[in-house]
Design a protein around this ligand. Structure first.
Ligand code: AMP
Ligand code: MG
Length: 347
């Protein structure tokens, strides 16, 4: 398949530039577009065949449901059973990096929801995504625009690497702001929800709007054998570079000397700017200052892709703290590392 590449102004995309992409979506095709989290691989969410094309392009298991993207919270009504807590979350966080799981209506086919009777709804805060959705007049089903299992794409070059020739259109709208996927919550009662995937809308921010927020066990821990997760995506290998990744915890001093030793043995090191000053400059990928979680999120998936292009048999990176946005980084990295963590202080 020949993929149409469209470059747009990320801040102020013209309707004219986006019109061909909107037409492709309306005709049941697939379009990759930027959002404030990561790039999404979109199709008409009311159309089974579009969903099947998305699963095929990504090589995604069809029991792993898609998020539907709308341009205003009010547009959820025809597709999902909303409630008071949804409206409160919408007022505080939408448009923005929050996905809410609600009971689905019949307008959304089961192919989109991986056979579940619930649907994940999100209203992205990116001018390109919003304008594209508006132009189609449709809810747009879109998972991250990577080949299943690989790190999510945060710029058009990553998308082209994975999906050129597998989708109808790719819109290049520059780099994504947050760089990690949306926070996902499931509403479980009038004033209670469960956090299924951490993102830029943090646990603390959710607690300001809802009095009972539970963090799902699968956010930090491995799935137990035969356990069926509330969020089907959490049972699949995800975000992983080709090289084996190990996370390093413990004191700053111990981490730095451990990184230096592993670097001498030929490993690739993903580290903070300050730590890089103590290491050789080859085979080091920096992700920002130690306390700058936003920069680290922005760089995370690019770093996980980059380590495969460097020489070295294996990769080491810092185990993040779980505070604030750190929980999102921890969740992605712990899964990329298949829960392999070392504490050099304790060796
Ligand atoms: P992605 O769009 O690639 O970030 O993946 C979407 C994530 O949302 C996956 O982990 C899905 O398992 C999860 N998801 C989507 N719909 C639902 C749903 N109805 N219930 C639970 N999790 C969902
Ligand atoms: Mg994904």
């Amino acid at each position: 398949m020949k993929t149409l590449l469209i470059k747009v102004d990320p801040e102020n995309p013209s309707a004219e530039a986006l019109a061909p992409a909107a037409e492709i979506l309306k005709r049941g095709g697939t379009v990759v577009f930027p959002t404030e989290t990561v790039y999404g691989l979109g199709g008409d969410a009311t159309h089974s065949e579009s969903a099947e094309k998305i699963y095929a392009a990504k090589g995604r298991p069809s029991d792993n449901p898609l998020i539907i993207h709308i341009s205003k919270p009010e547009e959820a009504e025809p597709y999902a059973e909303t409630n008071k807590l949804w409206h409160r979350l919408a007022r505080h966080f939408m448009p923005g990096p929050l996905t809410v799981i609600l009971p689905k209506k019949d307008t959304i086919p089961l192919t989109v929801t991986g056979g579940l009777d619930s649907v994940a709804v999100r209203c992205p805060a990116h001018p390109v995504a919003l304008k594209l959705i508006e132009l189609t007049g449709l809810p747009v089903a879109a998972p991250s625009a990577n080949i299943s299992g690989k790190p999510s794409p945060t710029c058009a070059a990553h998308v082209i690497e994975d999906l050129d020739g597998r989708v109808d259109c790719i819109i290049d709208g520059g780099e994504c702001t947050f760089g990690v996927e949306s926070t996902i919550v499931k509403i479980t009662g009038e004033d209670s929800l469960i956090l299924l995937r951490p993102g830029a809308v943090t646990y603390d921010a959710l607690c300001c709007v809802c009095s009972d927020v539970t963090v799902s066990d699968t956010v930090m821990n491995k799935l137990k054998e035969n356990e069926r997760p509330l969020c089907p995506g959490s049972k699949y290998r995800h975000y992983a570079p080709e090289k084996p990744l190990t996370l390093v915890g413990g004191s700053e001093e111990a981490r730095i000397s451990y990184f230096a030793e592993r670097q001498k043995e030929g490993a690739v090191i993903i580290c903070y700017d300050e730590q890089a000053e103590h290491l050789e400059s080859h085979s080091v990928i920096t992700v920002g200052k130690k306390d700058d979680l936003e920069a680290q999120g922005h760089r995370l998936f690019a770093a996980l892709r980059e380590c495969d292009s460097l020489e070295g048999r294996c990769v080491y990176a810092n185990l993040p703290s779980t505070d604030g946005f750190g929980l999102a980084l921890y969740n992605r990295l712990i899964r990329a590392a298949a829960h392999t963590v070392v504490y050099p202080d304790q060796l």
